[in-house]
Design a binder for this molecule. Sequence first.
Ligand SMILES: Cc1ncc(COP(=O)(O)O)c(C=O)c1O
Length: 363
Amino acid sequence: MTDIMIAAPEIGNEEKSQVEDVLDSGMIADGPEVRRFEEEFADFCGTDDAVATSNGTTALHTALEALGIGEGDLVLTSPFSFVASANAVRLAGAKPVFADVDPETFNLDPAAVEEIVRERDVDAILAVHLYGLPADLGSLRDIADDYDLMLIEDAAQAHGAEYRGQKVGSFGDAACFSFYPTKNMTTGEGGIITTDRDDVARKAESFANHGRTPEGGYEHVRLGHNYRMTSIAAAIGRVQLEKLPEYVRARRANASLLDRALRGAEIIAPTEPEGTQHVYHQYTIRANDRDGLADFLEDRGVGTGVYYPTPIHELSAYDHVTCDAPVAERVSDEVLSLPVHPGLSTADVETITEALFEYEARR
Ligand SMILES: Cc1ncc(COP(=O)(O)O)c(C=O)c1O
């Protein structure tokens, strides 16, 4: 039996009471509550604008459309991510191109990125901050500037993460977050785009609302979707955003206890490169016998997860794509995520670290 779950969303009385207020107001779909959440999230990230959507995938799709990415365009992204990163590119009508990842950070390897953009007519880089660790934004920004590419952040897993003291979500032409229940903060289902570009924010707002004008009503100036966030979701999100700094602190504290337990171990602990603040959406280790370790931990009541067992280019939905990403292929056989969420008790963390010590001692 698994006693310690890999994820445990925390919804408290504060969220319930805010939701009740929204329900009582009668404004349960889009409305002022969503505008307030957008303002507060933009403030948190340090961007001029934010546009809330129904989930992280629709945020990505909307951002790409708002940036004018579509048919005939190539978007370079990571093959070692949740499939939504690449699916959004295809939903926008463009083609994903994959560059390999760095085995230590699991994020795009700038050298591999540059090799591809030198040879192919890439239009944008979609950098994923996997597991809550910012991608190498300095190098990717330089490449984007040198080759005149747009830079988009997939920050679905990285709320509150920092690169050189600046919050992710504020680096690219646009960035996208997910508020799925297992994420570092949730709205049930939900997503948001952050940007400093007024043109992108206005187009995103319109695209997510059937191509309407800002005045609303029945004037539709472009093709669009209903990708709107509900006020119920926004009410949860506003409370969760207030709690986010404490969630991040708790995740980082748990991660540092796990780091300590893995000092000198054969299992490879996650890294936090200088100048980054990891928010440990996942605490992901690498182990040769990944599946053996997962079974060993399961027997001791510790749940684990594999994110992701198959790189995107090897999924059957991506049969048509060829790419050279040996690192992504190798790490997908080695990665294992351990519980690190804020709901862990001191006793839970002890159970995990003791199980890791025991596993290492038997080798
Ligand atoms: C890296 C990444 N991108 C995009 C998404 C899509 O977000 P959502 O599930 O809210 O559509 C996720 C969610 O799991 C994700 O992890």
